[in-house]
Design a protein around this ligand. Structure first.
Ligand SMILES: *Cc1c(COP(=O)(O)O)cnc(C)c1O
Length: 395
């Protein structure tokens, strides 16, 4: 099918939650994508921080092929070899000795909210309420949109879940004031992604950790976007030298095969017992094998160091653009996660980048977001920067 044919079928049969789009991408290799009409693109969005190793990474493709010819699915009524390999690998490289697997970011956060509630019930001191952040994004289930501190994702879906409160991000005083005796957990993204690539001030996350410990509430980090090497560390909280009680992962976990995960301490894991939570596809052989292959590439010596290096190169390129184009008000970034805030809506800029063969996206109306595959090179960065320079110059 060509793009027009794909669009026609979409408009007729797919529920219109995503609106009109310009492209139908049909093939990818590394940082390159091709549309249905054969045009080539440089990918600076990675399917929203998903294909962190680039498209069709040979190691992941090989693992998927092998697993697809061996066993695609069995239920969690049986032990699953690739799932336990994955759990052991995650345990080895993170603070979390225990893991639960699901299908996406929203269901990972749903599991986090559930385990936090049940943990306190098990301890004999129920405190079911949760504090989350304004401008956050946690996914689209009812619990997740309630935790998401952006009304646009909630409108029309009321009644929302009771007992979830919001405070301004990066404001430790507001958080301290919101932790009442009914609150059992605090949930936040170490860097807010969807909400505009917002990086909290130095020391904030450390202070949040200390506050949660002092008030005896669980700290949940949603690392669905910031995890899997995006910030130059395996998980973003490592940048601050702290650990949460619960972490959620998804997006980049299996480099494009749908998968979510919740990791936690041994103590928190006791919040769930036999029968208290489940997921039919969770940790199935195919997605687990893809995730194991992904982790093996990501955690190989030198990989994350390279993310830091390329990220610094992209940062200096963007800062150079900010000097020359007054429409840019701020450049924010860590590793290879960037937000370029502008005085005007960024949608036209994204459209012009696409016309010039570069894929990037927004984080809210005025923030241009770059989430390139972590394997981009400085030559790719040069191309993206000079294209953006041209577009901003020719506005
Ligand atoms: C994308 C995202 C989610 C939701 O993930 P889905 O896989 O779309 O359910 C949750 N939290 C954060 C921080 C995200 O970026």
């Amino acid at each position: 099918m060509n793009t027009a044919q794909i669009k026609e079928l979409n408009d007729k049969h797919v529920i219109n939650t995503y609106g009109a789009r310009k492209l139908a991408l049909v093939r990818g290799e590394g940082v390159t994508l091709w549309d249905a009409d054969g045009k080539e693109y440089l990918d600076f969005f990675a399917g929203i921080a998903v294909t962190n190793l680039g498209h069709c990474h040979p190691k992941v493709t090989e693992a998927i092929r092998k697993q697809a010819g061996t066993l695609v699915h069995v239920s969690n009524l049986y032990y699953i070899e690739p799932q336990v390999e994955l759990a052991a690998l995650l345990a080895k490289h993170t603070f979390a000795p225990r893991w639960f697997f699901c299908n996406c970011g929203a269901t990972a956060n749903e599991a986090a909210i559930k385990i936090a509630r049940r943990y306190w019930v098990q301890k004999g001191t129920p405190k079911p309420e949760l504090v989350a952040m304004n401008q956050s994004f946690h996914g689209r289930t009812i619990a997740a949109i309630t935790a998401t501190g952006q009304p646009k994702y909630q409108e029309g879906f009321e009644p929302l879940l009771p007992g979830i409160h919001h405070v301004p991000f990066d404001d430790i005083g507001a958080l301290a004031g919101a932790i009442t005796p009914q609150v059992g957990a605090v949930m936040l993204e170490p860097i807010q992604g969807e909400g505009g690539v917002r990086i909290p001030s130095e020391g904030y996350l450390k202070a949040v950790r200390a506050l949660c410990t002092e008030r005896n509430v669980l700290l949940i980090f949603d690392e669905v976007q910031t995890g899997m090497g995006r910030t130059g560390k395996f998980m973003a909280h490592e940048l601050d030298g702290i650990t949460p009680d619960i972490v959620t992962l998804a997006k980049g976990l299996a480099n494009g095969v749908p998968m979510g995960a919740l990791g936690c301490t041994e103590d928190v894991a006791s919040g769930f017992s036999v029968g208290s939570h489940a997921c039919t596809f969770g940790g199935n052989p195919l997605s687990s094998a893809a995730a194991v292959a992904t982790l093996n590439v990501l955690l190989a010596p030198g990989f994350l160091e390279n993310v830091v290096k390329t990220g610094a190169y992209l940062m200096s390129g963007l800062q150079g653009l900010a000097k020359n184009h007054s429409v840019i008000t701020e450049v924010r970034g860590k590793g290879l996660m960037f937000g370029v805030e502008m005085k005007e809506p960024v949608a036209p800029v994204i459209g012009k980048m696409l016309d010039r063969g570069i894929i990037c996206g927004p984080a809210g109306p005025n923030v241009l977001r770059f989430l390139p595959p972590l394997v981009i090179t400085t030559a790719h960065v040069d191309r993206a920067i000079s294209t953006l320079d041209d577009i901003l110059g020719g506005r």
